[in-house]
Design a protein around this ligand. Structure first.
Ligand code: G3P
Ligand code: MG
Length: 243
């Protein structure tokens, strides 16, 4: 079972920042999950919300500000732990500059459910190809039209639909939109369904799996991967399970 660090290691570091991604690597995670929106000047920017308000000392919409403007902000500002310095919002390119020197997998969640961000798929795919990360990237989204569009543009890059509610035979659905994986909320998938999907050849990576019992249960059915805020915890439980 692979371990993806949700928004980096969002349980212990400011989400979607380089310090969180570096912590994910240190903890022994196999990959990171991050969220991407598009800035006013068309740069894929790593941030979860459509606005800057919750996670930074800025305000307003990401789509209305340039990457240069947003670079001045502090994405660690509202994080409880004192980090003693300003934590910038990263661009996707910056994350790729760093990740290429690691062996981490990278799940890029396209946050194009509220704003469609025309051109987001093309820009992300161009970066993935530019850095030669096609084999290590998984594109996911709650916007499944976007995933089909991305699949047609770049069939070599894996896609995986995100969903929260019950889909009937989701492995058939995922295949029908060109996806090799699926990323359900854990509340949408009983164990038997995960087992059936994997038997069909679909990679199942539920989110967000933080509790010890859930981690152990998913290990016991050899779930393809989990997406967790606490990668260190999940890695420790996986190690104990091996011995
Ligand atoms: O990709 C899994 C998870 O990140 C989806 O929900 O809101 O945390 O981006 P959210
Ligand atoms: Mg996400």
């Amino acid at each position: 079972m692979k371990i993806f660090a949700h928004r980096g290691a969002a349980g212990t570091y400011p989400e979607n920042t380089m310090v969180a991604f570096i912590e994910a690597k240190r903890s022994g995670a196999d990959g990171i999950e991050l969220d991407v929106q598009l800035s006013k000047d068309g740069i894929p920017v790593v941030i979860h919300d459509e606005t800057l308000n919750r996670t930074t000392n800025g305000s307003g919409f990401v789509k209305d500000q340039t990457m240069g403007d947003m670079k001045k902000l502090n994405a660690g500002y509202k994080f409880g732990k004192q980090l003693g310095r300003r934590i910038p919002i990263p661009s996707l390119q910056e994350v790729f500059e760093w990740i290429q020197s690691t062996d981490l997998l990278c799940n890029i969640e396209l946050k194009n459910g509220v704003y469609l961000y025309p051109g987001l798929e093309e820009k992300v795919i161009q970066l993935v190809r530019g850095y030669g990360l096609e084999e290590r990237v998984i594109l996911s989204s709650f916007n499944h039209y976007s995933l089909v569009y991305a699949w047609r543009l770049a069939p070599e890059i894996e896609t995986a639909p995100l969903y929260r509610d019950g889909i009937y035979m989701p492995w058939v659905y995922a295949s029908s939109i060109g996806s090799r994986g699926m990323h359900p909320s854990i509340h949408a998938v009983p164990d038997a369904l995960i087992i059936d999907a994997m038997a069909y050849g679909i990679q199942v990576r539920p989110y967000t799996i933080n509790g010890e019992e859930d981690i152990k249960r998913l290990l016991s059915i050899n779930c393809s991967a989990i997406i967790t805020d606490f990668p260190e915890r999940a890695v420790r439980i996986r190690e104990l399970n091996r011995s």
